[in-house]
Design a protein around this ligand. Structure first.
Ligand code: FFO
Ligand code: ATP
Length: 184
C-alpha cells in the first residue's frame, strides 16, 4: 500500500542523518547541557515523582545528567525496554549500573521479578530524530513511542537539538504529538 507520509518520513530521516552527522561534539555537549537545564526547570519535572526518561544514543541529546539527577532527587526513574519489534515497557531503574545493551545497543533496565508492580510515569521524556515546534516528532520508525503513549496518556516532553527542529514533518493517524519540545 502506498503511504505518502511514510515515504516522506523516510526521506526526511535521510536528511536528518546528514545534518546530525555535521553536528560537532562541542555543539552536542553544550546543547545537551542547555536542554538538561531547561528540563530541570520545568514545573512538570519538579512535580514528577516518577519520570520515564531514555538512555541516549550517540546522536541524541545526552541524558546522563538528567538520569543521575532524577535518581539523586529520589524520583522513581523508568527507562524503556523493547519487548519485541513493536512494543516497549517502562521499567524501573535504581542504579544506572544495572543497565545492559538491548536493541540498537541502547542500554536497558533488567526485567523485574514476576509480579513487580510497574509505576505509572507522571512525565515522559521522549527521544526523536527530529521534531516540529507543534509537537509532531519523527522517531526511528518502529512506532514504539506511539504505541506506548496511546496506553499512557501523560505529559510528554521531547528533547531535540535545535539544528534538528523542522516544521514540515508529516503526521500519520497513529502519531501522538508531544506536549512540549525542548531544544537548546
Ligand atoms: N535513546 C533511545 N532509546 C529508545 C528509543 C530511541 O529512539 N532512543 N526508542 C524509540 O523508539 C526505542 C528503541 N527504538 C528502536 C527503533 C528502531 C529499531 C529498529 O528497527 N532497528 C532496526 C535497525 C534500524 C536502523 O539501524 O536504523 C533493526 O533492529 O533491524 C530498534 C529500536 C526505545 N528506546
Ligand atoms: N498505535 C499504533 N498502532 C499500530 N501501529 C502503529 C501505532 N503507532 C505507530 N504505528 C505504526 O508503526 C510504524 C512506525 O511509526 P512511526 O514512523 O510514527 O514511528 P516513530 O515515531 O518514528 O518511531 P518511535 O516511536 O519508535 O520513535 C508506522 O507504520 C505506524 O503506522
Amino acid at each position: 500500500m502506498y503511504n505518502g507520509a511514510r515515504t516522506e518520513k523516510q526521506r526526511i530521516r535521510q536528511e536528518i542523518r546528514m545534518i546530525s552527522k555535521g553536528l560537532s561534539p562541542e555543539y552536542r555537549q553544550e546543547a545537551s547541557r542547555e536542554i538538561t537545564l531547561k528540563v530541570l526547570n520545568l514545573p512538570s519535572w519538579k512535580k514528577a515523582k516518577t519520570v520515564m526518561a531514555f538512555r541516549s544514543m550517540p546522536e541524541e541529546p545526552d541524558t546522563q545528567a538528567l538520569l543521575e539527577t532524577a535518581l539523586r532527587e529520589g524520583k522513581t526513574l523508568l527507562l524503556p525496554r523493547c519487548l519485541d519489534g513493536q512494543r516497549m515497557a517502562a521499567l524501573p531503574v535504581k542504579d544506572l549500573a544495572e543497565l545492559r545493551p538491548g536493541r540498537m545497543g541502547i542500554q536497558e533496565p533488567p526485567v523485574p521479578e514476576e509480579g513487580t508492580e510497574l509505576p505509572e510515569p507522571d512525565l515522559v521524556l521522549v527521544p526523536c530524530m527530529a521534531a516540529a515546534p507543534n509537537g509532531i516528532r519523527l522517531g526511528h520508525g518502529a512506532g514504539y513511542y506511539d504505541r506506548f503513549l496511546e496506553k499512557h496518556p501523560v505529559q510528554t516532553v521531547c528533547l531535540c537539538f535545535r539544528a534538528l527542529l523542522r516544521s514540515d514533518l508529516p503526521a500519520e493517524e497513529t502519531d501522538i504529538p508531544v506536549d512540549f519540545v525542548i531544544s537548546d
